[in-house]
Structures are given as structure tokens and as C-alpha cells.
Design a protein around this ligand. Structure first.
Ligand code: R1P
Length: 276
């Protein structure tokens, strides 16, 4: 694959930001979590529509904007919203966007998402650091010809969610008096929520939370050598555990609840990164 979209998008972005400004951290803000980007200073906002290879957002709660600026003293490039496989873009839905952020100079990708919890003691409003994932999507974004400009054909997914960065995230959460759990994320294609039987199966497989994103961008990030750290904002107990049928309205309602503490943790984390 020789898709030049990431190079074209990076050129467009560089022309819009101050000369020499290099984002250190890439962030992806999930359903209802875009509010974090409002805290950025000296921010430049570019619609995904203007960036080759970026997914046009079709999901409520995903603004579809790239915001470049400073947060807690760190230069960041932040996707306010993401694309999902169920929107019809294929498994490579996030690959170009991730590669663009790598080309801009990022060292690390911070992913956030709204997710259902498979543990009844970890209810709506909780935060969970991703320790690993299970890919239940119908493939990976790296299937097909390999683009050697970004990474090798075969690559390891051990320590995909960087243990040192996660330790720093836990330190940051403690400093802010926010409870941060650890858990394994399983990616389901959607857009229908999972069945209760699927949730029982996923629990047996070792999953702690379930959602319809994250894996395509994390696989793409590891392919091109970005370190990854991630947090799920729990918006509901998963189907079969939840006392009511699930809806995207519920996702957005509790993402807003979790966003307050999530923002605290992320700002603290970035301030700690700034010291390194
Ligand atoms: C369901 O309400 C939607 O919210 C989550 C699920 O993946 C799904 O898209 O969105 P994010 O993972 O983008 O936060």
C-alpha cells in the first residue's frame, strides 16, 4: 500500500500551525469525551473533512475535529472524535490519522473511549486504564500489503499498552484522588450493542470492558512505533449486567459524568510527562 494521505494531511496541518510547533502526544477522544480539547491553549482546529485519510465523523458525540495546541504544558494533537469500523470505513479507519500524527512528530498515543463494564463493581462513571486488548473485530488494520515507510510486516503486541506510561497514569490518578482501575478491553464491531450471551463469553475470554473502537488505532500506532496509553470511561454495565437496555444516549450521559475525573487525570498525567 502506498497511500500518501498521511503525508498530505501532515503538510496541511503544518501549514496551519506555528512554524516549528511539534506535538509530542497524540490523543483520541471517544464518545462524549471531546470536552477535554476545550482546555487546550493556543489551539488550532482543523475539521477532519479537510484532512486526507481522516474519517468523516458520523456519530453523535464525535465532533470530527483535529485540535493542535498545548495542554498542561505539553504540545498535543488531539482528535476530537474518531472513526469506527461500523461506520463503514473498514478496519483501516484510523490508520491514516494515526500515521499523520506520527509524521507530525508524536512519540505517544493516548486513547480514550466510552465502554461498557463486565465487572459489576466497576459501574458507570468509573475510569479503567487499558492493560491490554482482545481483538474481536473481523481482522486487523494491517491486513493487506505492508507500507514499509511506517513499520514492518510483522510486529509485537506485547506491552502494547506501555507499562511505564500506565504506571505514570496511576501516579497521576492518585495525585488527583481519582480511582483508576485496570482492565482488558475487547473490541466488538457494533453498531448494535453486544448480546448478553456474548458478554458472558467475553468475560470468560478475560475481558473487563467492551466497546467498538480502540483496537484499529492501537494496532496502527504500534505498527509505526508509537507508545500507547489508554483509559476507558465506563458509561454502563454491559448488556445482561445492566438493569436497562443500552443506548448511545446512556453512553453520552455517563461519558459526561466520567469526563470530569478523566480530564483531571489526563491533565495531571501530561503535567508529569512535561517533567520528563
Ligand atoms: C456506543 O455508544 C459508542 O460509544 C463508544 C462505542 O465504541 C460506540 O461507538 O464510542 P467510543 O469507543 O468511540 O468512545
Amino acid at each position: 500500500m502506498s497511500n500518501n494521505s498521511p503525508f498530505q494531511a501532515a503538510d496541511i496541518i503544518r501549514a496551519r500551525i506555528p512554524a516549528g510547533f511539534k506535538p509530542r502526544i497524540a490523543m483520541i477522544l471517544g464518545s462524549g469525551l471531546g470536552v477535554l480539547a476545550e482546555q487546550m491553549t493556543d489551539a488550532v482546529t482543523i475539521s477532519f473533512n479537510e484532512l486526507p485519510g481522516f474519517p468523516i465523523s458520523t456519530v453523535h458525540g464525535h465532533a470530527g475535529e483535529l485540535v493542535i495546541g498545548t495542554l498542561s504544558g505539553v504540545s498535543v494533537v488531539c482528535m476530537k472524535g474518531r472513526g469506527h469500523v461500523y461506520e463503514g470505513y473498514g478496519l483501516g479507519v484510523m490508520t491514516s490519522a494515526v500515521r499523520t500524527m506520527k509524521l507530525l512528530g508524536c512519540e505517544m498515543l493516548f486513547v480514550t473511549n466510552a465502554a461498557g463494564s463486565l465487572r459489576t463493581e466497576v459501574d458507570a462513571g468509573s475510569l479503567v486504564a487499558l492493560t491490554d486488548h482482545i481483538n474481536y473485530l473481523p481482522g486487523t488494520p494491517m491486513m493487506g500489503p505492508n507500507d514499509e515507510r511506517f513499520g514492518p510486516r510483522f510486529f509485537s503486541m506485547a506491552n502494547a499498552y506501555d507499562a511505564d506510561l500506565r504506571a505514570l497514569l496511576h501516579t497521576s490518578a492518585k495525585e488527583k484522588n481519582v480511582t483508576l482501575h485496570d482492565g482488558v478491553y475487547i473490541a466488538y464491531a457494533g453498531p448494535n450493542f453486544e448480546t448478553p450471551a456474548e458478554i458472558r463469553a467475553f468475560k470468560t475470554l478475560g475481558a473487563d470492558m467492551v466497546g467498538m473502537s480502540v483496537v484499529p488505532e492501537v494496532v496502527s500506532a504500534r505498527h509505526c512505533g508509537l507508545k500507547v496509553v489508554g483509559v476507558s470511561a465506563i458509561t454502563n454495565l454491559a448488556e445482561g449486567l445492566s438493569p436497562f437496555p443500552l443506548s448511545h444516549e446512556q453512553t453520552l450521559k455517563y461519558a459526561a459524568v466520567a469526563a470530569t475525573s478523566l480530564i483531571e487525570v489526563i491533565l495531571g498525567f501530561l503535567a508529569n510527562v512535561a517533567k520528563t
